[in-house]
Design a protein around this ligand. Structure first.
Ligand code: SF4
Length: 360
């Protein structure tokens, strides 16, 4: 298969594994930011082929995992209102809130529908003028342009029954929060190639220089990850901290200018709470004043939401690279995909789900 088999070639992977053995002379801890990369690493056994001195920790790049618990509780409360049709990506339905999930709310009668695009929710609002259609807008820089497009389309159509519960987050502020933490162990990053394809990676340079941590923009196939690791380890061994682009077939420093302009037109940066991690300044997006009438938090005032994480869940430590999923005492016992305690065990991009699925 063109453009896939090339990146999964076993012999080339073995050559990269040998190269990494030769390059790695000191112990290093590096983080892959994206949950998709985490799944590729454990699915293809990359973590078992790299030198023991090279420790891969898993980052906060799973949008479902970092959506604040309080917002999930709020989403459930909004979805229970009789006039509401609540639209969400499927992954969000099983994520546990403080007292149940959206899936449980649906079983109890809430009108919750899975959509594959925010534009599907706009189409639903057109079809159902007597209902209030609410879209749960989660995700990173990759999904924000489509949400922005939905907001513009709903405004152009004059839809008064469409709104959004916005939980969009931005990757670079989260990387800075990890690097600036006193407990940080991360010495270099594999940055998420698809995020950089949309948003570019120009702002990574100052981050790499400030914290003396090399950053390699990296794709998602096994050879992408091996090559990204080789570029990163070369830098770590030499003591350099540049931003390099392994994913040159897709990502450019300037990103996709049309998508960036669209997001800037509809959203503005705001401080945002990250589930398990806490507040990170300027790490989220909120609707600008021209679109504020579509803000579901304002349209549906929900009182008395008090979010409480189960104390057994150590997702925050997993998402900051301080602990691996199997080092959580609840992993595979109290917490399984059928009975998840935290979002990383539910999401298709969650690190705990990856470890459980591929028996780490
Ligand atoms: S294994 Fe479960 S309880 Fe432990 S950190 Fe992961 S999601 Fe939380």
């Amino acid at each position: 298969m063109k453009y896939l088999d090339e990146y999964r070639d076993r012999r080339a992977a073995e050559r990269y594994a040998k190269l990494l053995q030769a390059l790695t002379r000191h112990p290093w801890t590096v983080m892959e930011v994206c949950g998709g990369q985490t799944h590729a690493i454990v699915r293809f056994g990359i973590d078992q082929l790299i030198p023991a001195q090279l420790s891969l920790v898993h980052g906060p790049g799973c949008p479902v995992c970092v959506t604040p618990l309080e917002l999930i509780d709020r989403a459930i409360a909004v979805s229970r209102r009789p006039e509401v049709v609540f639209c969400s990506f499927g992954d969000m339905l099983r994520v546990p809130g403080s007292r149940g999930s959206l899936l449980e709310a649906r079983a109890q009668g809430a009108d919750i529908r899975i959509v594959y695009s925010p534009l599907d929710a706009v189409a639903l609002a057109r079809q159902l003028p007597d209902r209030q259609v609410v879209f749960f807008a989660v995700g990173f820089e990759t999904t924000a342009p489509m949400t922005a497009m939905a907001a513009k389309q709903a405004q152009t159509l004059g839809l008064a029954n469409f709104s959004m519960l916005v939980a969009h987050v931005l990757v670079p502020p989260a990387m800075e929060a990890i690097l600036s933490s006193p407990s940080n162990k991360v010495q270099g990053f594999l940055a998420a190639g698809h995020v950089c394809t949309v948003a570019g990676f120009a702002e990574y340079g100052p981050l790499a220089a400030k914290y003396k941590a090399p950053i390699v923009v990296t794709g998602f196939e096994p050879l992408d990850i091996f090559q990204g690791l080789a570029m990163l380890v070369r830098q770590l061994e030499r003591g350099t901290c540049a931003v390099q682009n392994q994913y040159a077939r897709s990502a450019r420093a300037s990103g996709n200018q049309a998508a960036i302009a669209l997001v800037r037109e509809v959203f503005e940066p705001c401080d945002r709470q990250w589930r398990g991690i806490g507040p990170i300044a300027e790490s989220g997006l909120r609707l600008r004043a021209a679109y504020a009438s579509m803000d579901a938090e304002q349209r549906f005032q929900v009182e008395g939401v008090v979010a409480a994480e189960p104390k057994e869940c150590l997702a925050g430590e997993v998402l900051r690279g301080l602990r691996k999923p199997h080092q959580c005492p609840a992993f595979g016992t109290l917490c399984t995909p059928d009975n998840p305690l935290g979002a990383p065990m539910v999401s298709s991009e969650g690190a705990c789900a990856a470890y459980h699925r591929y028996h780490r």
